[in-house]
Structure formats: structure tokens, C-alpha cells
Design a protein around this ligand. Structure first.
Ligand code: BYC
Length: 310
């Protein structure tokens, strides 16, 4: 019976049908999805912190309104994704606990500080840019609710990426000091953006099962290469120097090739030892505790409504 169920499940996936919450699924598929979707949700929410830090210091009303909208969008993405993960039988509370006790990860990039206003541009352009490359492929993921949430998220991420690039372009067409600030932001954010795609395929623990089940539609290295290829001409258009001095165009492969990433740094950051890991989680705990009264009020409101209806 179980074998039949697994075969039917795989046949459904192979036929590009979506798996829906009430459908039978192998336990390992459910667990892997919860892991990836909840980490994705945590990334969106923790990702509000580096840019949120600049809302009060945005240089104009227009920039402030754009940044506010962007940061709010990230919070919204977190909410869709937590709801998506809840359809797999985990509670919001369990996911938040896992984030706060360090057993769940979030994207390594958010453990780097946003030090200057140009970092806001670099995050929009490179971090949201890398996220879109990944998330466009996730629109075709096999789990229906995840796939549908990705469609909406990608539309919003596209605006985020454009506002970041436009901010960088403005700085690059400004004074020498502004252009230098843009170059510095690019130099610091380029490498961690490439790490967003995860370890090399040969080192990726989850890729084989995730590809078989079409949770992931492309591998980490394939998506990273796509991002490297799309970013090089964008850097040139800005008139900035490429941070990778070894970057060359390989005519035969039709791709750019560059330096190896610092995988020791990647491992340190994903295991809690980056510049801002402790600060990010502590800030989340503080905000969560300060919001406890809202959650309590909602529970009481729901209880009161139930009593009235009875
Ligand atoms: N950072 O077997 P692998 C945004 C972990 S935010 C941290 O290749 P997988 C935005 C990985 O979890 C959008 N950890 O894993 C928001 C695993 O550890 P566990 C962020 C990483 O899942 C605000 C281990 O390393 N996007 O757009 O097959 C402002 C082995 O890796 C990372 C998503 O979250 C990393 N970079 O592939 C601006 C996309 N890489 O779980 C923008 C959804 C790897 O065994 N996620 N690890 O403890 C994915 O697509 C996949 O999970 C990954 C990794 C490609 C990230």
C-alpha cells in the first residue's frame, strides 16, 4: 500500500501536478518542505532588519516612502510563507521558537550589517535580485500553496530589485563620494549575495531529494551562475568596478567564470557566527515579546466572538 502511495505521489510530481495540503505525501517530503518554507519565511522577516535600520535616515521623503513599502512587503512575504508552512501541520509558534532557539536557519546574507545608505541600494539590487532568480524557479515548485505564494512574492521582489538598482544608478551618476559609496556597498554585498544560493551542488545535503520531488526546480550552482551572468553587465552599466578581479567570459560555455567563494565564512555565518547573528535574533525576540499583548488581545477577541455566537 505504502509503495503504491509513493509511486502515485511520484507519478503526480513527474506529471507536473501540484501536491495540495490534503493529498497524501511522504513524511520526508513534508518535513523537507516545512524546513525550506519556514527558513524562507524567517529570511523575509529577519531581512526587514538591515534595511529597516535606514527608514528614519532615508535622504528624502520619496526614498523613505519607497523603503517603508519595501520593508512592509518583506513582512507580508513572511506572513504568506508562515501560512503556507502551516498547511503542512506545523504551528506558527513552533516555527518562531525554532528561529529563536537557533534550530532553524535564515538566509546568511542578513547577518551582514547595512552600514551606509548605498547598502540599501545594494540590498535591493543584489539581495532581492538573487532572491528573484531563485524564486522565479520556485514558482514551479511541486507544493501548490508554496508555488502560488511565490507568484505573488516574485511580482513584489521585482519592484524591490528595480528600486535598489535605481538607487545605485542615482549614486553612480552623483558626486565622486556617492559613487565611491556605491562601489563600497557593491564590494561588500557581492560575495554574500552569491552565497545566498547555498553550497555547491556536490555539498548540498537536500538537493537530490528536493530535485526529485521538484521542491527545488534548479540546483544551487545553476542559479548562482545565472545570477553571476545577469549581474556582470549591470555592474558595467553602473560604471563600477567588478568586485571579482578574476572574472572572465568563457566563450565556449557562454558564461562568466570567477573566483571561488569563501566557504569557511559561509559555514561560520550559517552556524551563528556572522557579524550580526546574535543581534538579529535578539532583536526578533525583543519585538516578539513586545508584541505579546497583540496576540493575547486577538485570542480574547476571538473567544468573545465565539461566546456571543453560542
Ligand atoms: N543561508 O542542502 P542545501 C528575501 C543551509 S529573503 C542560510 O543546499 P537547500 C529578502 C540549508 O538550509 C529570501 N542557510 O539546502 C528579504 C541547509 O541547512 P539545514 C530568501 C543556508 O534547502 C528581505 C544547509 O545549508 N530566499 O528575498 O536544498 C530583504 C545545506 O544546504 C543557505 C529563500 O529562503 C544560506 N544562503 O538549498 C531582501 C529561498 N544556503 O536546513 C530580500 C528558499 C544553504 O539542513 N530556500 N543553507 O539546517 C531555498 O531555495 C533553499 O533552501 C536554498 C538552500 C537554496 C537556500
Amino acid at each position: 500500500m505504502a509503495l503504491d502511495q509513493e509511486q502515485n505521489f511520484q507519478a503526480k510530481i513527474d506529471a507536473e501536478d501540484k501536491i495540495e495540503p490534503k493529498d497524501w505525501m511522504p513524511e520526508a517530503y513534508r518535513k523537507n518542505l516545512i524546513r525550506q518554507i519556514s527558513q524562507h519565511a524567517h529570511s523575509e522577516v529577519i531581512g526587514m532588519q538591515p534595511e529597516g535600520n535606514w527608514i528614519t535616515r532615508a535622504p528624502s521623503l520619496r526614498r523613505k516612502a519607497v523603503l517603508l513599502a519595501k520593508v512592509q512587503d518583506e513582512g507580508g512575504h513572511g506572513l504568506y510563507l508562515y501560512s503556507t508552512a502551516e498547511t503542512l501541520g506545523i504551528t506558527r509558534e513552533e516555527m518562531i521558537n525554532a528561529l529563536q532557539d537557533g534550530s532553524a536557519k535564515y538566509a546568511s546574507i542578513f547577518n551582514y550589517p547595512a552600514q551606509t545608505w548605498a547598502d540599501v541600494g545594494a540590498i535591493g539590487w543584489l539581495v532581492d535580485g538573487a532572491a528573484i532568480v531563485n524564486q522565479v524557479s520556485l514558482q514551479r515548485t511541486s507544493y501548490g500553496p508554496y508555488s502560488r505564494s511565490m507568484v505573488r512574492i516574485c511580482k513584489e521582489e521585482s519592484f524591490h530589485q528595480r528600486q535598489g538598482y535605481e538607487l545605485m544608478l542615482t549614486l553612480c551618476r552623483g558626486s565622486e563620494a556617492q559613487k565611491a559609496m556605491a562601489q563600497d556597498a557593491l564590494n561588500r554585498f557581492y560575495w554574500p549575495s552569491l552565497m545566498m544560493f547555498g553550497p555547491h551542488d556536490s555539498e548540498s545535503a537536500h538537493s537530490a531529494s528536493s530535485m526529485k520531488w521538484k521542491i527545488k526546480r534548479e540546483t544551487n550552482d545553476y542559479l548562482r551562475q545565472k545570477f553571476i551572468d545577469q549581474t556582470a553587465p549591470q555592474i558595467e552599466f553602473l560604471g563600477l568596478e567588478h568586485p571579482d578581479k578574476n572574472l572572465i567570459w568563457n566563450e565556449e560555455r557562454g558564461h562568466f567564470e570567477g573566483s571561488e567563494l569563501d566557504w569557511d565564512e559561509f559555514k561560520r555565518v550559517i552556524h551563528g557566527d556572522g557579524h550580526c547573528n546574535r543581534q538579529r535574533v535578539q532583536h526578533h525576540i525583543k519585538a516578539h515579546e513586545e508584541g505579546a499583548w497583540v496576540r493575547e488581545a486577538l485570542v480574547r477577541y476571538k473567544q468573545k466572538k465565539k461566546l456571543k455566537a453560542a
